[in-house]
Design a protein around this ligand. Sequence first.
Ligand SMILES: Cc1cc2nc3c(=O)[nH]c(=O)nc-3n(C[C@H](O)[C@H](O)[C@H](O)COP(=O)(O)O)c2cc1C
Length: 325
Amino acid sequence: MRDGHAGGASAGTGRAGDPDLRVSLCGLEWKNPVGAASGTFSARESGLAYDFSQLGAVTVKGLSKEPWQGNPTPRIAECPSGMLNAIGLENKGAGRFVAEDLPFLRAFIGDSGTRVIANVAGHSVGDCCEAAEALDCDGVDMLELNISCPNVEMGGMGFGTDPRMAAEVTGAVRARVKRPLIVKLTPNVTDIAEIARAVEAAGADAVSLINTLLGMRIDLGRRRPALANITGGLSGPAIRPVAVRMVYQVSRAVKIPVIGMGGIMSGEDAAEFLMAGASAVEVGTAALIDPSAPLDILKGLSAFMSENGFGSVAALRAALGTGQK
Ligand SMILES: Cc1cc2nc3c(=O)[nH]c(=O)nc-3n(C[C@H](O)[C@H](O)[C@H](O)COP(=O)(O)O)c2cc1C
């Protein structure tokens, strides 16, 4: 499957007249600006469905230093135009990921150039530092610090809603790792630009947004909350306009690159985020409906750019003509 990367199946790179999809983030080149978002991508399962080595980047599920069990079930509820999840960052721990999963992921990617991003979780500043250090290793290209999960009691979104806490955990992790550090922001705040500026000042190399919006559903028949955790995080097309607005605001508030996500279902949706100011995008919930959605979205983006005369991602980002970095 990997071999398909270099040939005609690739999403518009390399042929005369195709747009140049390459982007540079934190000194690293991504061969195109479309990635798979954390929590919705698994190397083994996604690899059965499609050749993810054609993507610009893949972000693995949130990883803590020690294994976490996650929340009780039910922890998924469908909603109009999206879904609620309250997984609670269940994961096998950074050490087992590095030993068991990373070699498979790297072998699949081969020399295709797809960037590997490890998503870091912790209940405390110290926890985050330890997990980040364990993942700051060969085979990982970038780290993404999740200070935005709405489904864990300690850490997670608690870090991401207070600019001082967000800066403290960002600064502590930045001091302990060598790889570029992306900080993932929550939309559950009044002013996301303030949080973005705080983590930029504390040393973040990029920000990614948005994580899920806090929500709730009630199962009328059972007269119970639909999720055992009562509340969960809303993702999917329902949140896209909120995400585009926040990407627009944050990309004008900071100098570091912005990775945009939230309800991207098509190439046009991806183009909207790039035009709002994102340097790259990631696809989450769409991949839970169709695992190969990130690749279709990449192809759709390339087609949109060709049909509309955008020769590069930079041209798309400059299209609004206001306040671009
Ligand atoms: C089931 C599920 C699990 C997720 N797990 C994580 C996670 O471990 N770490 C993280 O930073 N974001 C996680 N997210 C958030 C997504 O990466 C993404 O930011 C969000 O869902 C918005 O994008 P989307 O609408 O395309 O899904 C998860 C989302 C879903 C739906």
